[in-house]
Design a protein around this ligand. Structure first.
Ligand SMILES: Cc1cc2nc3c(=O)[nH]c(=O)nc-3n(C[C@H](O)[C@H](O)[C@H](O)COP(=O)(O)OP(=O)(O)OC[C@H]3O[C@@H](n4cnc5c(N)ncnc54)[C@H](O)[C@@H]3O)c2cc1C
Ligand code: FES
Ligand code: FES
Length: 498
């Protein structure tokens, strides 16, 4: 194994002597690249956004913006990073650098006051600037299928810029309008733009890494077999994927582990396969990759993604990590329960397939053994035709659910009876649960206001919601019932207008 190295703004540098848990943010700032800022150290503000060359969806390489505060620098052994400093083109000695087009637009349109958030905005904006399928002239009117954009047409620019690319960036003093003006003013990359051209070559291959420093080891196994062997032999080893949960614990709760095993680049965890009776989604694909590669093929997932954290978080977060935490308020479990998904669990002695409905056993507990990885999620086909995901949270974007409800209903087109109902709930029990009593109250009955009102009363009684700082138990119960009524209203409105 060779020395761990990272390329930052075109310059290669050793990762040592950074500790194994050191974040990309701290590494960069230690090297004098202080444009990358720390605002919160927990993925909430985007001041630390940097660009990483990752496998692309429409070109070999995408420039993906990630939260540098959540990624251990050892995870980027052999990888390429660009910071706000690296986007500008250095001038001749004694002359200032030429600003990158997104920097130029932010400057001339007054998108930067104190400047603290600006490098983060610059990187998130540059990622969207280089998105290969950003098409000028595609505005929200062409994008009416998108659940959020139908209501929020102003969130797409005439240059195809999707303002959601900035949903993980906060600014405390400029006000967002000049920032939006800058985003909507950027053009297309010039033909000789080096970062645009870089997209046509493959990104760096993942590098098998064993990096030990200051009592911790960061391990990136070269194969799935090796990863599973390590997990069997070292029960204390902790699995790491996108790091959007783990990184917060490192920063805020000072979590230090003796051995971290990164699985996010293992090819076996990054497939997306369509079979006749199911779709298999690799546990280590990022949510952005799934969103873009499925492109609406699973409408219920399509409804989930825009409501899951921010683009910056989704650029790293995985389904494996969301299920691996076992959190009762994760957003994917209600959706995957409604879709009747199963998990493929891999261990050194073989694989097993576990229905998600049987996976959670208690608060942050599951049937997964410490030596097992979630390799993939399987969604059975055909999918139910009527689906919805309702996330009730204090903020519209980038917030944790108070309650989340996912519906997948099969309503007979002939007689209007509910043939099958699957409803997943989050935030109302120690684990994500199915709303079994409500499903029974719907199945076999006509999809009418009377049935739905009775089923909504049932839904209000599902689970054992608690009072906490996010919401009261009463509010959570009320929102469950409302969400079924909302779905009914949508289906009847759609039927009238079609
Ligand atoms: C600002 C912010 C906003 C967020 N918003 C949301 C939100 O709206 N909705 C939501 O649900 N979550 C949210 N989260 C939480 C987090 O982003 C998700 O849980 C995410 O899916 C975690 O994925 P990851 O790959 O980053 O996990 P990691 O942090 O890498 O891992 C999380 C846990 O899962 C385990 N794990 C990871 N991969 C596997 C695997 N393949 N097999 C077995 N175990 C594995 C790890 O050991 C670890 O214990 C948010 C987090 C932040 C910081
Ligand atoms: S410092 Fe706030 S998101 Fe990283
Ligand atoms: S310019 Fe001051 S925080 Fe954004």
């Amino acid at each position: 194994m060779t020395e761990a190295r990272i390329t930052v703004n075109g310059q290669e540098a050793p990762i040592a002597p950074a500790a194994a848990h050191t974040t990309v943010l701290d590494f960069l700032r230690e090297r004098g690249l202080t444009g990358t800022k720390e605002g919160c150290a927990e993925g909430e503000c985007g001041a630390c956004s940097v660009l990483v060359a990752r496998p692309g969806v429409h070109k070999p390489t995408d420039w993906v913006a990630v939260n540098a505060c959540l990624v251990p620098v050892a995870a980027l052994d052999g990888q390429e990073v660009v910071t706000a400093e690296g986007l500008a083109t250095p001038g001749a000695p004694g002359t200032p650098p030429t600003l990158h087009p997104v920097q130029e637009e932010l400057a001339v349109r007054g998108g930067s006051q104190c400047g603290y958030c600006t490098p983060g905005f610059v990187c998130s904006m540059a990622s969207e600037y280089y998105r290969p399928d950003r098409v000028a002239g595609l505005d929200a009117a062409d994008d009416a299928d998108d659940v959020l954009d139908a209501d929020h047409r102003h969130e797409h620019g005439p240059n195809g810029f999707d303002l959601h690319a900035l949903s993980g960036n906060l600014c405390r003093c400029t006000g967002y309008r000049p920032i939006r003006d800058a985003a909507f003013a950027v053009g297309d990359p010039a033909a000789d733009d080096p970062l645009a051209r870089r997209r046509d070559q493959a990104p760096p291959e993942p590098v098998a890494t064993r990096y030990t420093q200051d009592g911790g080891t960061f391990l990136r196994p070269g194969s799935l077999a090796e990863a599973l062997r390590v997990l069997r032999e070292r029960p204390e080893a902790v699995v790491l994927s996108g790091g959007t949960d783990y990184g917060v614990e490192v920063n805020i709760r000072s979590r230090r582990e003796s051995c971290v095993v990164a699985v996010d680049r293992l090819p076996e965890l990054r497939g997306l396969r369509r079979e006749s009776d199911h779709i298999e989604i690799g546990a280590a694909l990022t949510l952005t990759e799934i969103e873009r590669r499925l492109d609406g093929e699973v409408p219920l997932l399509g409804a989930l993604f825009p409501q899951f954290a921010s683009r910056l978080i989704r650029n790293s977060a995985t389904l494996g990590g969301n299920l691996g935490t076992g959190s009762p308020i994760g957003d994917s479990p209600p959706v995957l329960l409604a879709l009747e998904a199963s998990l493929v669990l891999a261990a050194a002695d073989g694989e097993r397939v576990v229905p998600l409905a049987e996976y959670f056993t208690g608060y942050r507990q599951s049937v997964r053994r410490p030596d097992e990885l979630i390799r993939a999620v399987r969604i059975p086909l055909p999918q139910a035709p009527v689906t919805a995901f309702h996330k009730i949270a204090k903020r519209r974007f980038d917030d944790i659910s108070s309650v989340a409800v996912a519906f997948a209903l099969d309503i007979d087109a002939e007689d209007g009876a509910v043939r099958k109902a699957r409803i997943g709930l989050g935030g109302v029990a120690a684990t994500p649960i199915r709303a079994l009593a409500t499903e029974a109250a719907l199945e076999g009955r006509p999809w009418t206001a009377e049935t739905v009102e009775a089923a909504a009363r049932e839904l209000r009684g599902e689970g054992t919601p608690m009072d906490d700082h996010r919401a009261s138990a009463l509010y959570r119960s009320a929102m469950l019932g409302q969400s079924l009524l909302k779905l009914y209203t949508r289906t009847t409105t759609e039927a009238v207008s079609s």
